[in-house]
Design a protein around this ligand. Structure first.
Ligand SMILES: [Zn+2]
Length: 327
């Protein structure tokens, strides 16, 4: 998810969220956007939220202010449990390393536009641009990027005029549950992408693939309507929120998962990172050894303009997770 910095830290949330929260600077009068994430609600993390109130305040506060914690980030123990589950499922299929060629080349995408009258009623071209952006970013376009085996194909669009869902939706809310219960389509291999004017300055959130079996209705990605390509979310309007959240939906952690300590994000070729990167801090080196921080990776919290990369290791992880949970 992503939210703006004006949100004050509140209580710890227990939503499973796997998205990165970035404050949409353009959505408020505050100069610095804030990102958030939510941790899994249980030991079996199901949703990734990039931005809880506390997290957001943390992530985008001025340098030197170390207060605040990210209560919704996936804990090392939760990540370990998720990895154990993934390993177990792969072992049962006898495929520790699934060839990307074994992954279906096409993922059907159902886009659900939630709006309040004219507000948020994205037109077809905006939706098409977002899907095209997913195909570009997952297809290897961009400096240092790696092509995945995933291609996204529009399977269905719908528009729902629902003021009660449109404004202020948050992960785990009654509005989210009602929306998904009414609109989700397809099976475990179908990407359901919802757009709305999210609450708490969130940019988006997603569920992890291991959560599908226990709550298939919840499965999917929710993004801020303003974050689509060409939208008004300054610094976050190139479509990379959906790319980031879909990365979670395909099984990726943040690059800063676990901080400097191994196994980090369970991907070998993403250098360790102590904390989220904001903006585009070239040369950032937050952990001893291991190379410069992966600030250009889609699974960090950088500006959309700063992101352009998935690594071969992340591509392999997505292929593994697909084979284990979504094939
Ligand atoms: Zn995230």
């Amino acid at each position: 998810m992503r939210r703006s910095p004006r949100v004050r830290p509140r209580t710890v949330r227990l939503f499973p969220c796997a998205a990165a929260l970035v404050a949409a600077a353009g959505l408020s009068q505050f100069a610095a956007p804030v990102e958030h994430r939510a941790a899994a609600a249980s030991s079996a993390a199901s949703t990734v939220c990039d931005g809880t109130p506390a997290q957001d305040a943390l992530a985008r506060k001025p340098a030197g202010d170390s207060s605040g914690q990210d209560p919704n980030a996936v804990s090392p123990a939760e990540a370990k449990a998720m990895q154990a589950d993934l390993d177990d499922r792969l072992a049962r299929t006898g495929s520790a390393h699934v060839p990307m060629a074994a992954v279906p080349t096409t993922v059907p995408v159902y886009v659900h536009v939630i709006h309040d009258g004219p507000a948020g009623r994205l037109d077809q071209s905006a939706v098409d641009a977002q899907i095209a952006h997913l195909n570009a970013t997952y297809g290897g376009e961009g400096a240092g990027n790696t092509a995945t085996g995933f291609h996204f194909e529009a399977a269905g669009f719908d528009w729902t005029d629902a003021p009660g869902w449109y404004t202020g939706m948050t992960p785990g809310s009654d509005a989210e549950k009602a929306m998904k219960s009414a609109l989700r389509r397809g099976d475990r291999g179908s990407l359901n992408l919802y757009t709305a004017h999210l609450g708490e300055s969130l940019l988006g959130w997603a569920t992890f693939p291991n959560a599908y079996r226990s709550d298939p209705t919840d499965d999917g990605v929710v993004v801020l309507d303003d974050s689509l390509p060409g939208g008004p979310a300054v610094h976050y309007n190139e479509g990379n929120t959906a790319t980031h959240e879909t990365g979670h939906w395909l099984g990726l952690f943040h690059t800063f998962q676990g901080g400097c300590l191994p196994p980090g994000d369970y991907v070998d070729d993403t250098p360790p990172e102590r904390s989220p990167a904001y903006g585009c801090p070239e040369g950032r080196h937050s952990c001893p050894g291991g190379g410069l921080d992966p600030i250009h990776n889609f699974m960090d919290y950088s500006y959309d303009s700063c992101m352009s990369q998935f690594t071969p290791g992340q591509v392999q992880r997505m292929a593994n997770a697909w084979a284990a949970y979504r094939a």
